[in-house]
Design a protein around this ligand. Structure first.
Ligand code: NAD
Length: 405
């Protein structure tokens, strides 16, 4: 069977779904690997490297493939050129891709979404959200350190003492914890806040101080955060304001699954920051944690430079691609049996990640959003206790009692 590695077409995307050094993992599984020319060039993986690793670099990769690997989902146009019954593995943001999901259903594509892989321990090696968040979190801290025109660490020299930078991180999931760890390694004094109860301990384990706002925690399903009420959001902003005013660098990474990013910091709060301070908003693309941040741009708010994240993992395309490719190899290993691509839809991980298969949408929330609720026929009529009612009582029934009797 043939696996194709797609050349990404999303603007600015520099990652690639497979790296040369992992090609042998796929050939060991029994696949022939085809790569679209130039697929890895923006991540510094030249075509020659794929060829040396045993892949075939060809313009026909997609049209010949049984399985297509991508970072981003193929466009509908590209999907139309695929063979019947092909499978695709890529990120596929189902909430915002309804038209594409309909097309994939109608084309009979078996599409898996990497962001839907269940985050259970068995599937940790397939967790692309985590691997890419690791890259983003690291990058955010490095960007903050690069923009800040002062030291992160304490320096005690003959010429005097230089105080360390004060860094505040909001949101301590995978990306936030990595930002904390990186800022700590660079020597900054780091404080962090997250709405989840478990986060305080995780923040401390990274060597940072957990900010206690004395607000109720917001645990949602699956260990994720819940959305805040407006009133809770206001109280959180008020309580956070002095920490932000005192920070040299603020890094925000907060997210709530399936929602736009919560706004944690207003422009007025940023205006209270010191001259030369820096704000890095990883969530700028998904609505922004910081009011006024713009994805892919640095804007000035008050005295601060505010950097808005835009496809941040793609800014370190080599390592991001390698980690993502390893996630795909792990998932493909689960889906391969005796050299054949044979996903077992009874498996929790396979079923969780499946979006479309054999002309149907398998991901139920997406199916319902696109196709509406399943029609289970007319509601069964309740067994009315009519027989036990007297004639007078029957007159009060909200239906034509003669017809019903
Ligand atoms: P995420 O990207 O959905 O959100 C980032 C962080 O923002 C979360 O920690 C969240 O609590 C926080 N947040 C949301 N609203 C906030 C607010 N108003 N103020 C401050 N912070 C706010 O999260 P993630 O990085 O994907 O991880 C979420 C959870 O999943 C964590 O508990 C993590 O440990 C867990 N996780 C488990 C596995 C696994 O078991 N395999 C893998 C990865 C992550």
């Amino acid at each position: 069977m043939k696996i194709a590695v797609a050349r990404e077409t999303r603007e600015g995307e520099a990652r690639v779904a497979m790296v040369p050094e992992l090609v042998s993992k796929l050939t060991d599984l029994g696949y022939e690997v085809l790569v679209e020319p130039g697929a890895g060039s923006r991540a510094e993986y030249a075509d020659d490297l794929y060829a040396e690793a045993g892949a075939v670099v060809t313009d026909d990769a997609l049209t010949e493939a049984d399985v297509v690997l991508g970072v981003n989902a193929l466009s509908s146009d590209r999907a139309r050129g695929l063979r019947d019954g092909v499978a695709t593995l890529s990120f596929l943001p189902v909430n915002t891709s309804h038209e594409l999901v309909e097309d994939l259903r109608d084309l009979g594509v078996t599409a898996f979404a990497m962001e839907l892989v269940p985050r259970i321990s068995r599937a940790q090696s397939m967790d692309a959200l985590s691997s890419q968040a690791l890259v983003s979190g690291y990058r955010c801290a490095i960007v903050a350190a690069g923009l800040l025109r002062r030291f992160f660490p304490l320096n005690m020299t003959a010429a005097g003492t230089v105080q360390p930078a004060q860094v505040v991180v909001l949101g301590a999931g995978v990306a936030g914890l990595q930002a904390i760890a990186t800022a700590k390694r660079l020597g900054a004094v780091v404080q962090a806040y997250d709405v989840r109860a478990a986060a305080a301990e995780e923040i401390r384990s990274m060597g940072a101080k957990a900010i206690d706002l004395e607000l109720e925690t917001l645990e949602g399903a699956g260990g994720y955060a819940r959305e805040m009420t407006e009133e809770r959001a206001e109280r959180q902003k008020e309580a956070l304001a002095p920490y932000i005013a005192n920070a040299d660098a603020l890094i925000t990474t907060a997210a709530v699954p399936g929602r736009t990013a919560p706004q944690l910091v207003t422009a007025a709060m940023v205006e209270q920051m010191k001259p030369g301070s820096v704000v890095v908003d990883l969530a700028a693309e998904t609505g922004g944690n910081v009011e006024g941040s713009v994805p892919g741009q640095i804007v000035r708010i008050g005295h601060a430079q505010v950097w808005g994240g835009d496809n941040v993992p793609s800014q370190m395309p080599g390592p991001a691609s390698k980690l993502y490719a390893q996630n795909l190899v792990s998932l493909l290993t689960l889906m391969t049996s005796e050299g054949e691509f044979a996903p077992d839809f009874e498996d929790e991980v396979v079923a969780g990640a499946a979006v479309t298969h054999a002309g149907r949408i398998l991901h139920e929330p997406t199916r319902e959003a696109i196709e509406g609720p399943i029609d289970t026929g007319p509601e069964p009529e309740p067994e009315l206790e009519r027989q036990q009612l007297s004639g007078d009582e029957q007159l009060d029934l909200p239906f034509d009692s003669e017809e019903q009797q």
